[in-house]
Structures are given as C-alpha cells and as structure tokens.
Ligand binder design. Sequence first.
Ligand SMILES: [Cu+2]
Length: 669
Amino acid sequence: MANVLSGNSAKIVNITSWKVCLVGFLTLMPCVSGNESAQATTGVGPYKVAQVKDANNDPTIVETWIVADEATVNIASPGSPDVKANGMAFKSCSDKQLSACTKLGIPGPEFRLKVGDRVIAHFVNNLEKSGLDPEANVSGIHWHGIELNNASDGTEVTQPAVDPKGGTFDYDFTVTRPGIYWYHPHHHSSTNQVAKGLYGSIIVEDNQGHEAQLRNSGVIPPAEQTKTLVLSDITVCNAPGTGTNPATFAGDLPHVSGVEAWEINYSNDDLNQSPLILCELESRDANGVYTPNLYQAGDVPNIQAPSLTGRMSEGFTVLTNGVQVDARGGTPSAPAAPSSSVLANALEVQAGQGLRLQIVNPSPVRYMRLRLTTSSGAQVNLLRIGGEGGLLDHAVLEGGITANNFDFKYGQGEILVPPAGRADVVAAIPDDATGVLTLWTEDFERVEATYSWTPTVPVMHLKVGGIPVTSPSLVKQAGDPLLTSVGTSVKVLDAAPDNLLAPSSGEAGSTNKDIQLTFWSNNGAFQASIDGVPMPRDFTGLGKDGLANSGNPFFLDSARHATLENTLELTVTNTTGANHPFHLHGFSFQPTKLAPQGGTTGPIYEFPYHEFRDIMDVPANYTFTFRVSLDDRPTKYKPVGGGLGRWLFHCHILPHATFGMMSELHVHH
Ligand SMILES: [Cu+2]
C-alpha cells in the first residue's frame, strides 16, 4: 500500500496565536483559546479517515463525545506546500473531560456500525460565540439518513439549538438499516458550518452476515480494498487585494469541460459566489450581512447570503477526505503522465483486483460526477452495488441514455453523487492495467442544460503495482448478483394511496400528495420554496408576504400530515429550471419513477431495481414518485413512538434549503 500517511502527518499545521486572534477580530469573534486549533490537521490522508473513539465496552453500543470547533487545517496534498484553511472541524473523544480525542479534522471521524447498534453521541459545541444576533454559531448534529427517534434528528423542529462555547446535547438512537450515511449540523448557519468542514461519514453494515458472506466469497472486495471517500469542496481566501485568481483556483489545475465558460463568467464576475466576491467584494458575516474587510488569507468565507439573487456556486477546491489530491494534466480520456508527487501519494492497487469505494458528498452545492480512467484514458466502469440503503439485489450500471431516451446527463459507468448523496461502488481494476489510474470529478449540467463551470479535477489516483490478482467471482458487470446470491433481497413496498391527513384544527398544512419544488417570485427576485411557500428556517427573515420577518418564521402551509405505520405514495415535482436533490428526514423512501411534469412531454424513467434512499436528484421539470413506509421505532426512553413528530423535507443544495425550499412531514398517532 502506498505510504500516504507519512507525508501528511509531518504537515500538522503550526500557526501562531496572533494569527488566530487577528482572524478572530476580523470576524468579530474573540481569539481562539487553547492549542487545539493550532494543532489541527485534516483527516489522516487522502485515502483514510479517522474513526470515532468509543468509550463504551458493550460491543453493540458506540458512545462518544463529538466536539465541533474552529480549526485550522492543511488541505494540501502530502508533500506539497501547506494550504491552510481556517475552517471548522469535528473531533471525537472517549471521555467527558475531552482529554482523549482524535485530532480536529475534515472530515470528522467516521462511525462504523452494524444494524442494531446503539449510538450515544454527546455533542459539545465549542465554536466561538459570534457576537451576532441571532447567534450565528449555535449548532447541533443531524444524522443524515438514519431512521432514528425524532428527538435525536438534530433539527430546529426537534430540539433547541446548542449554544456555542460549551453547549451540549445528547443524541441516543439505534441504527436500523445498512448503508452509507453522514452527519452534519442542521441549525442556523449550518450552510456556512458545513461549507467550513463540519461533516463526517457513517457506514452501517447488516447484522445478518450477508455482506460478510459476499466479502468472504470474493463477490465484493475485502475490507482492505474498501475505502471511504468523503468528497467535498471548500473555498479558501487569498490575501485581500492580491488579484482575482485566488489560491484555491490554481490556474494550472487540469480542467476539461466547461472551463472556457467558467473562466469567462469568472472574469466577468457573473458568478455570484466567486472567491473574489465571497472573500472581498461581498464578504458576509455568519448572518449574511455584508461586512467589509472580513477575511484574510486562509479564511474560509461564509457562503450564505440573505437572498437568492443568482445562482449558487460550488466551493473552489475539491477535497478527498479533507485533502486536495495532486493535480494531473491532460483530460480523463487522455491523461498526462503522472507527476512524481502523484506517484508518491497514489493508493497502490493490483491489476485484476476489485476496489470498493464508499462515497459521501457533503458539499453544500457541488454535484460529484465521477469517472475512473486508466493511464491511457480508457474508462473503467464504476458499478454501483449500493449506497443509501445497503447493498442492492444486483449490481447496476448507471448513467448514459436509456432505450426510451431518458438522458442521465452523465456517461454510462460514471457515478453521479448529488449534494448529500452517497454511493457504494466497485471498480474492477483491469487485468492489463499499468501505471496510474485516476478518478476524476467532472462538470454536470445541474441548471437545465447549463454546466456549473467547474473544472474537472482528480479526486483519487491509483498506482498499479505488485502481483496481479485474479478474482473470477468478483462483481464485474451490471446484473451480477449481490443480495440475491446470499438468499435475500431488498424489501419491496407495495403500491399505496397517498394517505395524507387533513391538518387538524389549529394546524397548517396541505393534503396535496404532490410536493412542489418552486422558485417563488419575491418582487422580481426568485426565492426557493415548497408549493410557492418559502419557509425561512434561518436568518433570511422573509415570511410568505415577502416582508422582513413577518413573525412567522415556521410557516407551515406546505407541511404534510400522515399517520404512523402508514405507507404513502407521494410525488415531488420540480417546477424549476434546475436540478434539486430532494431529502426526506427520518424515513427512507423507495423510488419508483421519474416522469415529465404534468403538461410536458419527455422520456420516463421507471426504476428497474428496488432500493431505499433519502436523497433523490429531481431533474428540472420532472416529477419524482416514491413510496415510503412510516415505520415506528423506539424513542430515547420508550419502546414505541420514536417515529412520531416533525420531520423536515427539503432540497439539499443548502442555500436553497435556507432560503425556504424546505417543509415538514408531521407524523401523528
Ligand atoms: Cu435546490
């Protein structure tokens, strides 16, 4: 295995305390105390993630103290000059005194669990007090995708926000479904907190031995050939006044698609959130208020503005487990020879082996469109074997254009991971592979036939070495059996009526089974909303009438109501011209269909396999149909009733959610 650790561990950032104080002053925060931030680094290398510290001797209980803090991390690839980012990071401790901890890192430490395991997570918010009103650094943890008790869901409708500088909250839940999940804040300013680095992965394996059986029989790769890839992005400021090409957009990075348009728009400042705008021209405090001279070199700017007047931008540096992997020239289909630094930091693989990648995308805006190519540029298919709800019945090859002309807008054998999405994929390294293979993320047409103007960059390099492996039973192509080969299969939800309840007296809500993702026209400006009703959860302060803080920030006309233990069939119609990744809290859903919205024509996609997910990227002007079973689970204290309560649903492009493309499913007795 390539030694990816030695270079990185030598690069623990040493920053002087005056710098932290200066940053603190400029961001209207007190100086960071203690040495923690000065010692922080990113995870533990591009292809490894730190694991949580477990304080509990019971093998079925993971108990840990999860701390959110300010942190300066080094996001440079091992061996390259440091690139320091003044972000935010999680650490995990095995004692209440917070003395035995992982390093603060991006991403936060990973939970590896089995179905049935109980998680006791004592959350500690050590972020600085912001001095802003409303308080900007309140926080909490949402356990994205976990079907847990409502009180542990970590949103502003399930618990009070946790105060900075020492506030705590105890989460206590049991994991019930295998799959890849993640955790992140969901309270005020969570857009900014996630953009600055507060996220981590959760991997849950089944407790029936199915996955172990598939590993042991060589159908899927063994643990040593399984890697977590937390693929995110971040923007880091250059020193003010040093030009329009901040360090995070290095002009010599390899780009492929969309770069010309990106550069033109960048130089014209048409991007609403270029680094120059975020860091200098329109620097904003954590409440979205324009505040001049806020950022110095190395700062990670706030990205949430108080109104949506244009399109959101991706972060400008792509991170693989908190590190920018080495650049590689050329294009995915014609890659340049690898540099010595690529060779030094690549993960070593063997020809003929299978490589399993468990991918999480915590980016607030960026879609990861992933493609693996050989040293000569030939594509190696990324076979999807699972993701948000555990393993599939059979391996699936996604992307391309279907027989009836449904266009995924990414190539067959590529993988698209939208914001907050996850994918479990296997790549069969070709028997004749040599040299360095590279996994790239490319631009995606997320705004109706328009790219995001993001450059194509590598997110992983694989160096072929050692003795070739032959694994004839390895999953290699679409249709190869997974769960079916070990005598089980994904549960299938039967067709169901919508079963929505009328809101009872005194409650607001809608009985329309079609949830509409809308851009509501707010005096000529567009506001992301549900059913035309913006539901400001944050500091945007707009009520339905468009007036500043109408006094009803939890406007619920678009809420849906249903009864526990019901199965619903609902639709989500995207009436806008851009893709939106739809997320439902608390209950994983089974996708059935994507069809053109009413009144329009176009190809239909019926899901040819069964799966449970909590994120669905809904294309512009399409209607997504899904089924969901409102299963109960224990509360923190009782065996039943944990499924009752208020569960958010929203677009997971975080600025859209904050603007108001968010509502609630209320689950009643
Ligand atoms: Cu959206």
